[in-house]
Design a protein around this ligand. Sequence first.
Ligand code: ATP
Length: 776
Amino acid sequence: MDPAKHPVEPPKKRRIGVLTSGGDAPGMNGAVRAVVRMALHSDCEAYAIFEGYEGLVNGGNMIRQMYWEDVRGWLSRGGTLIGSARSMAFRERAGRLQAAKNLILRGIDALVVCGGDGSLTGADVFRAEWPSLLSDLIAAGELTPEQVEPYKVLNIVGLVGSIDNDMSGTDATIGCYSSLTRICDAVDDVFDTAFSHQRGFVIEVMGRHCGWLALMSAISTGADWLFIPEMPPRDGWEDDMCSIITKNRKERGKRRTIVIVAEGAQDRQLNKISSSIIKDILTKRLGLDTRTTVLGHTQRGGAACAYDRWLSTLQGVEAVRAVLEMSPNSPSPVITIRENKIMRTPLMEAVQATKDVTEKIQAKDFDAAMTLRDAEFKEYYHAYLNTATPDHPKMILPEGKKMRIAIIHVGAPAGGMNQATRAAVAYCLTRGHTPYAIHNGFPGLCRHHADKPISSVREVKWLESDSWVNEGGSDIGTNRSLPSEDMEGTAKCFELYKFDAVFMVGGFEAFTAVSQLRQARDKYDAFKIPLVVLPATISNNVPGTEYSLGSDTCLNTLIVFCDAIRQSASSSRRRVFVIETQGGKSGYIATTAGLAVGAVAVYIPEEGIDIKMLSRDIDFLRDNFIRDKGANRAGKIILRNECASSTYTTQVVADMIKEEAKGRFESRAAVPGHFQQGGKPSPMDRVRALRMSIKCMQHLESYAGKSRDEIAADPLSAAVIGVKGSQVLFSPMGGDTGLEATETDWQRRRPKSEFWLELQNVVNVLSGRSTARATE
Ligand code: ATP
């Protein structure tokens, strides 16, 4: 090619390319959508590179400019719509030379790569070689120094897209929770037949060298035994496994047996442990009717779950911000997440740490492999071991340290309540504590003292709690009533049952209940025991946490509803659906769901609704429909929280839109109502329930043996567990700096400041609504 034929002048706008590489993962489309739209919003041009690195090497039509409408509807689509490939050509320098030339000729000097560790390694190799690639291109006469001059620096930002969740430095990769959802749905279905026939099932899950999917699915489904590559079982595992399974079935009465095996599972000599080996052992040694199920590629497909849509969107936005903020000397970042915080981590550090895990496994240094995987992984593994089989004689505490722990649900039911209770019970049994379930909240407790001793307070047995592993709602019953309705009676019952600690699971009512008990400690010694709240509410409005159990289940239920309803308008009708969400006075669910379904607007109580807003949005919709291209045409969604306005109800908003559209499009109201509380809890709610619950138990346990006054003097003896930014923390309720005084808006029943309010901005940027507002 004659270099003189190509423009020397760089384009007026910055050009950002995006590609997806390696194995496809649900959520990749959300990432591409966010990169494209955020780039356009930031006054850049966006380019999609089709078929991963193969497209970069081949150039031509495989590098295409992307416009706003091109990515419409992509959030709900599985796989990757710009294609992915494993490119041999890009592994060679000659291929990368061609790729560099293609980028320069298209004026692209920033690349967002979404893929696994291989793809990100390739990205880093490319970036490191970039100056020498440019010199070679000039030396070979392929490009002139003038052409190359504006492109001296290539900015690369990584997004981790992989179902395996094998990248160190990030809690989650784009796609891993969708895959986990697929696995849990399959195992939940197998449960029924396993129970009916008292069968054993050995289920093999994906994950290559990483056991994350296997571990999390074992937690979510209460598997009896688990095999992961990072922590092979000790020699003689065949006997251990058979003995546990026999105990669970014969002594404890469990009818179904589930064994989860990661595809990379091996023993301590690195010999593969396959599902068929395990099946043979169970069949021959125990005479157990055992079946194997290899889930295979179903784990990869399907629409992304709520978390992956949220993660890919926020990380895509962050990737563009990183591109724009990078200096020539900045190391390439990869966008990661720790707990709830999106962060940037040096790409090569993350890739190297990931490789180190594999090396440690190969060197049989399994403890190091577990530690390097990341802190959360190890914590989850131990939590699983503690709860799967309460049979660890060494873990039993001495008599003076054993506690009588009350478990109570307060407020509305939420996904994860049962799983938190199950984990608490299992942990108690492992340590020698006695778990008491208080049925039906505080009224249940006080029934005893009010009339006859009907036992609403019961010691929970392992088998009963084990069956709650995948059940929604609250099996022990939940109630909104507060202890203040009968403080005297509550104190008497605490004395009667000799409670040493209380584990409360629920929403704002649970928070209020613990606050009341704490404040009543002056009057009643019975409350001078450790009290802890594990937030569980779909409203996610508990001070002290950015995440409550149940909110993820609710979001997933909502997006299924929204996807289906949007699809119903895909053929010819131009329709706007105004969908009413729950959440009380908190707009969290509406906003996060808005982000996950790509809503054109979200109406929340924090902002209210006014006539100007509606009029602006109707104009925006009109414009939006005009620009709609045939291929991606589908219904549009506005989410309206149930308390956003008392005047502009969901029906009124829908009617106004219809009226003002003047026949160009129509509008319908839809109210999913209690459907949003969800059926079976999402895997994320299940695994987080386990982890948080165990932390709560350990927290309560730390007070064992202390005097009542010592306990009351410690602010953390009445606390809330929560995710705050990148950490999981206990926050004290009382005291000058406690949650009650500093972070609680008591009147509006919510935290004073909400981390998620800024997400409203992202929804508006990605729907284009913010631009429409700015041009008003
Ligand atoms: P998954 O985790 O789903 O397998 P991955 O990104 O790890 O995804 P790989 O097949 O390892 O998948 O890598 C994808 C592509 O990245 C490769 O086909 C190759 O084009 C490129 N790539 C990987 N490693 C390198 C490398 N060291 N140098 C150059 N390119 C590489």
